[in-house]
Design a protein around this ligand. Structure first.
Ligand code: UDP
Length: 328
């Protein structure tokens, strides 16, 4: 297939591009490099441009007959979305709307959307399945849910088929060590802990140890990036066979606490870390764990990297390679 990966220079997008290319698909990346990196696009052509630019999109869609579009080009910082919601509504909603309209105009039938557990808001029960009520508690989550609603309407009216992939905590790196997580600024636990282990950071902060969990720190569902990407490919294939849109919650179904992540990082890296406990971060639920039964049943999806230490090992290899290549 010929697939356009929007945001293919970012963390999840770059892994997706690699996986698709190695599966013999022809992939083109569209990325404005606002958060992604040119050197993360190791496979296929990179078109530097904005997903909200109709001219760029029209040109791309006129030049190539894409079988599908996968969209990863969103802003993802919850805190920033509260302070600067305009940035989030503009890119995550308005620009995505332009992308969808241009796809419809060019008769592209299949769309895979990078969504999030943040569409559910404060968990009413756990693990969280697809039937869980959707009440996002921040602009980031709302922007993603708006696109999910848009996609339902575009399917009903224009026949655009979509797969919404709701990630819990995407983590880890390409097992070959070629790609990894490179957000700037970094706010995610796994890379921050490993940067503390490698000496790039002075310490790791635990945001609250008074949650109602076994060790008092928040519990999350860490799912390996390659497993996530695999689910995207399976969802696309399934959609092409059934002709139906679908939504999937993607996680390992196992929760690990912040303290367990730190302990695993110490073990994997062999380094001791300075750990500082601070106040809770606003908007953090105590426990967020996915029920991915639907993805397993409908897609035959089975996470391969379901051990926390294995996920951290891949991320640690990336951290070591990254330091060795003098990127920072
Ligand atoms: N966290 C932490 N210290 C950090 C970054 C994150 O204690 O420096 C905690 C955070 O409060 C949450 C978990 O680690 O409970 C995962 O946070 P992350 O930002 O990686 O992902 P999120 O769950 O917000 O999507």
């Amino acid at each position: 297939m010929k697939i356009l990966v929007v945001g293919g220079a970012g963390y999840i997008g770059s892994h997706m591009v690699k996986q698709l290319s190695l599966s013999n698909h022809e992939v083109i990346t569209l990325d404005n490099l606002s958060c992604g990196y040119e050197d993360a696009v190791k496979y296929g052509e990179l078109v530097v441009g904005d997903l909200g630019n109709k001219d760029t999109l029209n040109k791309l869609f006129s030049t190539h007959k894409f079988d599908a579009v996968m969209h990863f080009a969103a802003f993802i910082e919850v805190g920033e979305s509260v302070i600067n919601p305009a940035k989030y509504y503009h890119n995550n909603v308005s620009n995505t709307h332009i992308l969808l309209d241009t796809m419809v105009k060019h008769d592209i039938e299949y769309f895979i959307f990078s969504s999030t557990a943040a569409i559910f808001g404060e968990p009413q029960y756990t693990p969280i399945d697809e039937a869980h009520p959707q009440h996002p508690i921040n602009p980031y989550g709302r922007t993603k849910l708006m696109v999910e609603h848009m996609l339902e309407d575009y399917d009903a009216a224009y026949g655009l088929k979509s797969g919404c992939m709701r990630y819990f905590n995407a983590a880890g790196a390409d097992p070959d060590g070629e790609l990894g997580e490179r957000h700037n600024p970094e706010s995610h636990l796994v890379p921050l802990v490993l940067q503390a282990a490698s000496g790039r950071r002075a310490d790791i902060k635990i945001f609250g140890n008074d949650y109602p969990t076994d060790d008092g720190t928040c519990v999350r569902d860490y799912v390996h990036i390659n497993d996530l990407c695999k689910a995207h490919s399976l969802a696309l294939t399934k959609m092409q066979h059934t002709g139906n849109s679908a939504r999937y919650n993607l996680g390992n179904g196992k929760g690990f606490s912040v303290q367990q992540v730190i302990d695993a990082a110490k073990k994997v890296s062999g380094k001791d870390l300075k750990v500082v406990t601070t106040d809770r971060r606003a908007g953090d639920p105590a426990v967020l764990v996915a029920d991915s039964t639907l993805a397993k049943q409908e897609l035959g999806w089975q996470p391969e990297f379901d051990q926390l230490e294995t996920i951290i090992e891949t991320a640690w290899n990336w951290e070591i390679n990254f330091l060795a290549s003098n990127h920072c």
